[in-house]
Every structure is written in structure tokens, then in C-alpha cells.
Design a protein around this ligand. Structure first.
Ligand code: PBG
Length: 334
């Protein structure tokens, strides 16, 4: 302990909890609008706001609507928006070439947002699952998710996103060697300031279910992702993955999912002291929102408590579908 404890009644912990003013003054961790990254789902079309049954309150937006969302985010003070495309099933193939099409939905959305709201950082998803007839994040050959060929495909995808103006690339695929390959390709292409927020410690989780509905990958996915995403029983391995990704050129690192893995967030921050983010994933969102919609919990309070927990666990920021709702409560930050 850093302080020597006086004995009761000299020490009464309830003194600093007795009023809102004292509670505010003694609060150790605080959430700000500047800590938020807002993940949004995009789809083709015009003026489309399409509900997603398993994610109440989170729609798929057409590009014109996502530009409006980015404007709203900027007004609220949210620093970054993260794009996830719902790809037309007709464009999904086993070779996934739509992933690096400069005119695919995600790349068109990046250009539209950067043209209209240049001050907002646009983050992308680098993984093949939205474009893959097999629903996997990597190329599948004879039932095996092949690593090295997938990395070559991911590099093409990352370069197309950087060329479109992406500020933050988010490789969520969990292939080995992808950060180094992307960083080398970005440098060679003159994209020296494009940042990589690596999904370094991404677990094979049941909490991604609603997301897979949102991007239309649930039907396509054959099997599970356990040969590339982490075993939920592991903790030391997360540190080795973070060390590896940092050594290959990641600027920021992520732990995913969020709330079931707060212990990993804390270990990562304490061990490396690097910009550390958590992804409060779709299943976490839908649990809180679903319970709130039934009147079983206070949705607003549960949302704010869950987000503050990430700050307490050492995170510098949170990817959360609650971003605009939380931002409205938090108000602008200095
Ligand atoms: C896939 C990807 C997933 C998420 C982000 N990128 C799902 C998966 O790995 O199957 C999950 C996000 C969420 O659940 O909110 N590349």
C-alpha cells in the first residue's frame, strides 16, 4: 500500500463518499468523450437506416447516412469512427478480391467521410470475413485457414484502405505476421503516418454473435475461428502477442472482447504502457441493451458503469456501440 492506514475512527472511508462533491474530488478514473471510438455498420443504397434484430438501436447505414453519423460524432467530440461493411452476398467469393477493390463499399465510405468531415479519424477493419464465401477472416484451402496467403491478401486490402484515406487500420484477422507485412507495405507506398491499431489479443468468443448478423457473416461461417483467435483460457499468450505486434510496427493495441477480459487490459497496460484499447463487442452491447429494454436494469447507468470499468482497467479508449449515447451524457471535453 502507498499510504499508511490510520485505525478507526481516525480512518473512516465513508467521509470521502459522503457527498457528490467529495466523491467527485476523490474519483480515480474518469471517462471522457475523447476515449470513444464508434463502430458503425454500412450497407449499399441511399437514405437507408436498416435495423439489426440482434442489436437494437444499432442500424446499418448507407454511405450518405454514415456521413451524417460522422458529422454527429464530430459535433459530439467523438474522435474516431470505425467502419464495418455489410457486403452483398453476390460479391462474396472464396478468393475475397472484393476486399481490396478500391471502389468497395468500405473504401467509398472512407472517401465520403474524409471529404465531408476531415477532422474525424476513420478506422477500418482489415479481415476477409465480410468478403469471404466461407465467412472466415482468412482464405480457406482444403478446409484449412491458410496464414501466409491471407497475409498477402490483407496487405492489398490495407493498402486500398490507406489509399482511400483511412487514418487507423484495424487488423482483426489474427493471422501471424500481418502487422509487419502491412507496416512494410505502408512505408513503401508512402503511407508513413497511417496508424495500425492491432487487434492483438482477440479471443475466440461467443460474444461476437450479433456482429456476425450485422455484417451478414453468420450464415456463411463454417465451423469456428479457434485456429486463429485466442483460447479464452489464456493470459500470458496475450502479452506475447502484444509484444510481437509492437515489434512489427503496431502503434496501438487492442483487447477483445472487453468486459470478460478486463484482467488482460490491466496486464497489457502495466506491462507495456502503450496506447491500449478494448472493444466492447456486439454481444456485450446487446446484453446491456436487451436487459435495459426489458426493464431489468437501468440501461444508461449500466452503459456508463461498463465504460468507466475500461478506464479503471487501464484502457486509453474503448470501441463501443454506445459511443453516441455515452457522448451525449458526457458532454464536450476540453
Ligand atoms: C471479424 C470481426 C469480428 C468483430 C470485429 N471484426 C467478429 C469475428 O471475429 O467473428 C466483432 C465485433 C463485435 O462483436 O462487435 N473480423
Amino acid at each position: 500500500m502507498r499510504s499508511t492506514l490510520a485505525a478507526f475512527p481516525a480512518a473512516r472511508f465513508r467521509r470521502t463518499r459522503a457527498s457528490a462533491a467529495l466523491r467527485d474530488l476523490t474519483q480515480e478514473n474518469r471517462l471522457s468523450v475523447k476515449d470513444l471510438i464508434w463502430p458503425v455498420f454500412i450497407r449499399d443504397g441511399k437514405d437507408m437506416v436498416e435495423p439489426i434484430a440482434s442489436m437494437p438501436g444499432v442500424p446499418r447505414l448507407s454511405i450518405d447516412r454514415v456521413v451524417m453519423a460522422a458529422e454527429e460524432a464530430a459535433t459530439l467530440g467523438i474522435p474516431a469512427i470505425c467502419l464495418f461493411p455489410y457486403t452483398d452476398p453476390a460479391l462474396k467469393t472464396e478468393t475475397c478480391e472484393e476486399a481490396w477493390n478500391p471502389d468497395n463499399l468500405a473504401n467509398r465510405a472512407i472517401r465520403a467521410i474524409k471529404a465531408a468531415v476531415p477532422q474525424i479519424a476513420v478506422m477500418t477493419d482489415v479481415a476477409l470475413d465480410p468478403y469471404n464465401a466461407n465467412g472466415h477472416d482468412g482464405l480457406v484451402r482444403d478446409g484449412i485457414i491458410v496464414n501466409d496467403e491471407t497475409v498477402e491478401a490483407l496487405v492489398k486490402m490495407a493498402l486500398a484502405q490507406a489509399d482511400s484515406g483511412a487514418d487507423i487500420l484495424g487488423p482483426s484477422d489474427m493471422m501471424d505476421g500481418r502487422i509487419g507485412a502491412m507496416r512494410a507495405a505502408l512505408e513503401a507506398a508512402g503511407h508513413k503516418d497511417v496508424t495500425i491499431l492491432s487487434y492483438s489479443a482477440k479471443y475466440a468468443s461467443a460474444f461476437y454473435g450479433p456482429f456476425r448478423d450485422a455484417v451478414g457473416a453468420s450464415g456463411a461461417l463454417k465451423g469456428d475461428k479457434k485456429t486463429y483467435q485466442m483460447n479464452p483460457g489464456n493470459s500470458d499468450e496475450a502479452l506475447r502477442l502484444i509484444a510481437r505486434d509492437l515489434s512489427e510496427g503496431a502503434d496501438m493495441v487492442m483487447v477483445k472482447p472487453g468486459m470478460p477480459y478486463l484482467d488482460i487490459c490491466r496486464r497489457v497496460k502495466d506491462t507495456f504502457g502503450v496506447p491500449t484499447y478494448a472493444y466492447q463487442v456486439s454481444g456485450e452491447y446487446s446484453m446491456i441493451r436487451g436487459a435495459a429494454d426489458h426493464g431489468w436494469i437501468d440501461g444508461e447507468k449500466a452503459m456508463m458503469e461498463s465504460l468507466l470499468a475500461f478506464k479503471r482497467a487501464g484502457c486509453d479508449g474503448i470501441l463501443t456501440y454506445f459511443a453516441p449515447a455515452a457522448a451525449r451524457l458526457l458532454g464536450p471535453a476540453y
